[in-house]
Design a protein around this ligand. Structure first.
Ligand SMILES: C[S@@+](CC[C@H](N)C(=O)[O-])C[C@H]1O[C@@H](n2cnc3c(N)ncnc32)[C@H](O)[C@@H]1O
Length: 224
């Protein structure tokens, strides 16, 4: 779906996003297991939705000194996230973006970049631009942490994905503009070292990719 249509969809969808937890939660738990949030100082999230992951991590996984910058292109989602994260004071901030695949922080300012169930809404150019920007804002050794809908690895999950893709082709709005992706294919091995790339299948039906990759120094130019 075009970027504007995606943003309009999530402006309308709002808090209903939290009802997707039944298939997102197992993958988000696996992501948290590999993200090392307990040792980081600044997490930047692209496409934070209602702020559910940020709230959970700030409450349970980050130290009291760590800060979470949550961004989203939907005004509705930003409002919901800001309300949910208000109790964390200046440990959390929500930034409403214009939908550009970019992170509104300076070079090397983050030690985690997180994006869950967002790349699967974006076109290839936007994905590649976002990944290049994640490389820019992460410190060397910082972690890129992604989840998203992916291809099935069991007969039942392959069937689910086949049905999902058919709906997506006919009317992408009915599946929120998401389609299954192999996210790891976009990570250049000269710039990212894979920490984990696994498929977590919720209730045996909906497969999600969980990808955590370490930022390597810039290849060839000797700069960090
Ligand atoms: C499927 S929801 C996922 C929300 C949340 N990350 C989660 O896991 O529940 C996708 C979110 O990405 C946001 N989004 C979509 N395209 C975006 C873009 N180009 N820039 C920033 N946010 C975007 C939507 O507004 C929505 O909040």
């Amino acid at each position: 779906m075009p970027r504007g249509a995606v943003i309009r969809f999530y402006d309308q969808f709002g808090a209903r996003q939290d009802h997707q937890a039944w298939y997102e939660k197992p993958a988000l738990d696996a992501l948290v297991d590999h993200a090392g949030f307990d040792t980081c100082g600044h997490v930047v999230e692209f496409g934070c939705g209602t702020g559910q992951l940020a709230a959970d991590c700030l409450a349970r996984h980050l130290t009291g000194r760590a800060v979470w910058t949550a961004t989203d292109a939907s005004a509705t989602m930003c409002r919901l996230a800001a309300d949910r994260l208000a109790r964390f004071g200046n440990r959390a901030r929500v930034i409403h973006t214009d939908g550009s695949p970019a992170l509104p922080v300076t070079d090397g300012d983050a030690d985690r970049v997180v994006s869950t169930y967002v790349l699967d809404l974006m076109d290839k150019n936007d994905i590649l631009t976002l990944l290049a920007d994640a490389h820019r804002v992460l410190i060397p050794g910082g972690l890129l942490c992604l989840t998203g809908l992916t291809f099935g690895s069991t007969p039942l999950s392959r069937l689910t994905v086949a049905l999902w893709r058919r709906i997506y082709r006919n009317n992408p709005v009915r599946v929120g503009g998401c389609r299954p992706l192999d996210m790891a294919q976009w990570l250049d091995p000269e710039r990212w070292q894979m920490v984990t790339n696994q498929t977590v299948t919720a209730r045996g039906l909906v497969p999600s990719a969980v990808v955590v990759a370490k930022r390597l120094p810039n290849p060839h130019n000797g700069r960090p």
